[in-house]
Design a protein around this ligand. Structure first.
Ligand SMILES: [Zn+2]
Length: 233
C-alpha cells in the first residue's frame, strides 16, 4: 500500500458511488490509483459493473435465450405433428383390419334354392360361422366386369361396425334373396349366380340345372322378402 493510498475496505464502500459518478474528483483519483494496483478491488468493480442476472438462471444473453426457446418450441411442435400422423395411421390400419379381416368368418351355406312360379329364383344364405350381431350390412350385386357371373356380396360397412354390439354372437341369422326373372334369364345365358366374400366364391346356381319349383311356404316367404334381401330367422 502506497502512502496516501486508500485501504481496500474504504474503496469497496466507495465503489457503488464511484460507478454512478457520485464521488468527488479527489476521491475518483484516489480510487483510480488504488484500482491500478489492487486486483481485489478491480474484481469488486467488475462484479458491480456486470449486468444483473436472475438467481439460478444460466447466464445466456437475451438473444441466445430467445433462439433456444423457439428451437425448443419448434421441436415440440414437430413431435406433436409426428405423433398425430402416427396415431392417424394406426387408426387407419385398425379400421382396415376391422372392415376387411373382421369379415373373413362371414361364410354361408345355400338353402331353400327354388324357382318361383313367376320365373324368379329364391334362395337363402345361412351364416355358418359366428358373426357379430349387427342390424344391417353393406350389400351390392350385379354382373362383373370381367366375367358374366351375377355376383352378390355382403360385408360390414363402417357404419354397421359402429352399430355392432360387441360380444354378441349369432349363428341363426339367415338372409333371403329373390332374383328377378329378367336377371335369371341373363344368368342362364351367360354365367352363374355366385356369392363372393373376400377371395372366396360360393356358387349358388350354375345357370344350367333346372331348379325345383318352390313349395307354397316358400312362395309366401318370397313375397314377404324385401328387395334386395331380407334378414329372416
Ligand atoms: Zn483494494
Amino acid at each position: 500500500m502506497k502512502p496516501h493510498d486508500l485501504p481496500c475496505c474504504i474503496v469497496e464502500d466507495l465503489l457503488p458511488n464511484y460507478i454512478e459518478h457520485l464521488t468527488s474528483q479527489d476521491s475518483d483519483e484516489k480510487i483510480k490509483s488504488h484500482l491500478n494496483h489492487c486486483e481485489h478491488c478491480q474484481k469488486k468493480l467488475l462484479q458491480l459493473q456486470a449486468p444483473i442476472q436472475p438467481v439460478g438462471e444460466p447466464s445466456l444473453n437475451t438473444d441466445a435465450a430467445a433462439v433456444a426457446f423457439f428451437r425448443k418450441a419448434k421441436r415440440k411442435t414437430l413431435r406433436q405433428i409426428w405423433c398425430s400422423v402416427g396415431i392417424t395411421l394406426l387408426v387407419c390400419a385398425l379400421t382396415v383390419y376391422a372392415v376387411i379381416l373382421h369379415q373373413l368368418p362371414f361364410h354361408f351355406t345355400v338353402e331353400n334354392l327354388y324357382r318361383l312360379s313367376d320365373g324368379s329364383i329364391y334362395f337363402e344364405l345361412q351364416a355358418v360361422a359366428p358373426e357379430s350381431n349387427i342390424s344391417s350390412i353393406s350389400y351390392h350385386d350385379g354382373f362383373g366386369h370381367n366375367d358374366s357371373d351375377y355376383s352378390i356380396h355382403m360385408g360390414y360397412s363402417l357404419y354397421t361396425l359402429l352399430q355392432a354390439k360387441s360380444g354378441a354372437k349369432d349363428t341363426e341369422k339367415r338372409y333371403a334373396f329373390t332374383i328377378p326373372t329378367e336377371i335369371v334369364n341373363q344368368i342362364s345365358s351367360s354365367g352363374q349366380l355366385v356369392y363372393r366374400q373376400s377371395q372366396e366364391t360360393l356358387v349358388i346356381w350354375d345357370g344350367e340345372c333346372t331348379l325345383p319349383a318352390a313349395p307354397e311356404s316358400i312362395e309366401l316367404q318370397a313375397s314377404a322378402t324385401a328387395s334386395p334381401f331380407s334378414v329372416i330367422g
